[in-house]
Write a protein that binds this ligand. Structure first.
Ligand SMILES: Cc1cc2nc3c(=O)[nH]c(=O)nc-3n(C[C@H](O)[C@H](O)[C@H](O)COP(=O)(O)OP(=O)(O)OC[C@H]3O[C@@H](n4cnc5c(N)ncnc54)[C@H](O)[C@@H]3O)c2cc1C
Length: 317
C-alpha cells in the first residue's frame, strides 16, 4: 500500500475525530472473506461522525469506501487505497398508526423484516433471509421474489459525498434501477430510511417468510460458506414489464458448475454463485468470473454484467 495514501487516509480520520481500527484488513468484513487492507478503517456509529469523515476525506482527496455487511463486495487483493467506513448506525422505530418503519442504515435487513412481521406489517417479507444491512440493500436496490427495497422507501436521510446531510422526501430522488441507485452513482450515503407498509396478518406473513427462507436454504450455500450471492445480474426483460431471464440458466447451460480457479469454485447447486472454499484471492474470483462470462458470451453472444461490486484496483494482466 502506498505510504502517501495511508498517511492521507489517517489524516482524514484524525481530522474527523474517528477512531482508527487497529487492523485494517477488509477480508473479515466481507462475506467472501477476501481482500487486502484499507489505508485506514474506522467504524462510524453516528451521523455527525459520518458527515465529518466524508467532509475531511473529500478535502484531502481521500477515496471513501462505505461498508455495510460486505455481502455484495469483492475487495481487491491490493485492498482499498483510502478511508473505509464501517457503518454502524442503529435504531428502528415502527409507527403502527401510519404503518411505517424508520430504520437506520446499519440495521440488518433480516432484523427489519422480522420486526415488521412481528408488528403485523406487510411489504418487506420478500426480503426474508436477505443478508446485509438496510444501507447496502437500499444503495443496491436489493430485490428478490418480486420485491425490492426501492418499491417501499418513502423518505430518507442521506449524507452527500461532501459530508452534508439531507432529508429526502421524494423517493424519485434515488433513481432506483435494477440493483442500482443514485447513492452508488454519487458516493452518497444512506443514513436512515422510512418504508411504507400495510396492515397484514402476522401468521400469514410468518409462513410466507418461512417459505422464502426454505427456498433460500435449498438454492443458496449454507450460512458459514464464503460467498457474495449471485455474481452476475439477471438479463434485462425482452419486453417492457416482462421477467428477467436468470443469468444462472445460461451459466448452467455452459457447464459453469464444473468451473473453478484455485479455491474459488462455482457453487454445486447454483451456477451463478461463486464460493470461496478456502483461501481464494480476488484474482482467482475474477478469473473464474471471466471464464463463466466468457463461456456465456461465446455460446449465446450475451455479455453478463457483474452484480457483485469490485472494490479497489482490478489486477493487471
Ligand atoms: C447468500 C447471499 C444471498 C443474497 N441474495 C440476494 C438477493 O436475493 N437479492 C439481492 O439483491 N442481493 C442478494 N445478495 C447480495 C447482498 O446480500 C445484498 O445486496 C445486500 O443488500 C448488501 O448489503 P450489505 O450491507 O452487505 O452491503 P455491502 O456489501 O457492504 O455494500 C454493497 C454496496 O452498497 C454500498 N453501501 C453500503 N451501505 C451503504 C449506505 N449506507 N449508503 C450508501 N451506500 C452503501 C457499498 O459501498 C457497496 O457499494 C445476497 C448475498 C448473499 C451472500
Amino acid at each position: 500500500m502506498d505510504s502517501r495514501a495511508v498517511k492521507a487516509a489517517h489524516e482524514a480520520a484524525r481530522r474527523a475525530s474517528l477512531t482508527l481500527e487497529a487492523q485494517c484488513a477488509l477480508a473479515p468484513y466481507t462475506s467472501l472473506g477476501i481482500g487486502g487492507p484499507a489505508a485506514a478503517l474506522c467504524a462510524v456509529s453516528d451521523i455527525e461522525g459520518l458527515c465529518r469523515g466524508l467532509r475531511h476525506a473529500r478535502e484531502l482527496g481521500v477515496p471513501v469506501l462505505l461498508l455495510g455487511a460486505g455481502t455484495n463486495l469483492l475487495v481487491s487483493d491490493e485492498g482499498w487505497p483510502g478511508l473505509a467506513l464501517r457503518l454502524q448506525l442503529t435504531g428502528l422505530v415502527i409507527d403502527h398508526e401510519r404503518c411505517t418503519v424508520r430504520v437506520a442504515a446499519g440495521v440488518k435487513s433480516r432484523l427489519l423484516v422480522e420486526e415488521t412481521i412481528a408488528a403485523s406489517l406487510a411489504g418487506l417479507e420478500f426480503a426474508s433471509g436477505l443478508p446485509g444491512t438496510v444501507g447496502g440493500a437500499v444503495a443496491g436496490n436489493a430485490g428478490c421474489f418480486g420485491g425490492s427495497f426501492g418499491d417501499r422507501l418513502i423518505r430518507a436521510m442521506v449524507v452527500d459525498a461532501e459530508g452534508n446531510a439531507h432529508s429526502i422526501e421524494d423517493p424519485a430522488w434515488f433513481h432506483f434501477s435494477y440493483r442500482g441507485s443514485r447513492l452508488i452513482a454519487e458516493g452518497a450515503v444512506l443514513a436512515e430510511a422510512t418504508f411504507a407498509l400495510c396492515p397484514g396478518d402476522r401468521e400469514a406473513l410468518q409462513s410466507r417468510a418461512a417459505e422464502l427462507l426454505g427456498i433460500r436454504r435449498d438454492k443458496h450455500p449454507l450460512p458459514g460458506e464464503k460467498t457474495a450471492g449471485s455474481y452476475f445480474k439477471n438479463l434485462p426483460p425482452e419486453q417492457p414489464g416482462g421477467r428477467r431471464r436468470a443469468a444462472g440458466e445460461l451459466l448452467d447451460a455452459v457447464g459453469a458448475k464444473a468451473m473453478r480457479v484455485g479455491d474459488a469454485i462455482v457453487f454445486e447447486r447454483h451456477a451463478n454463485i461463486i464460493v470461496n472454499r478456502g483461501a481464494a484471492s480476488a484474482r482467482d474470483v475474477l478469473e473464474l468470473a471471466d471464464q463463466m462470462s466468457g463461456a456465456v458470451r461465446r455460446t449465446f453472444g450475451i455479455v453478463l454484467e457483474p452484480e457483485v461490486r469490485l472494490v479497489g484496483p482490478r489486477p493487471a494482466g
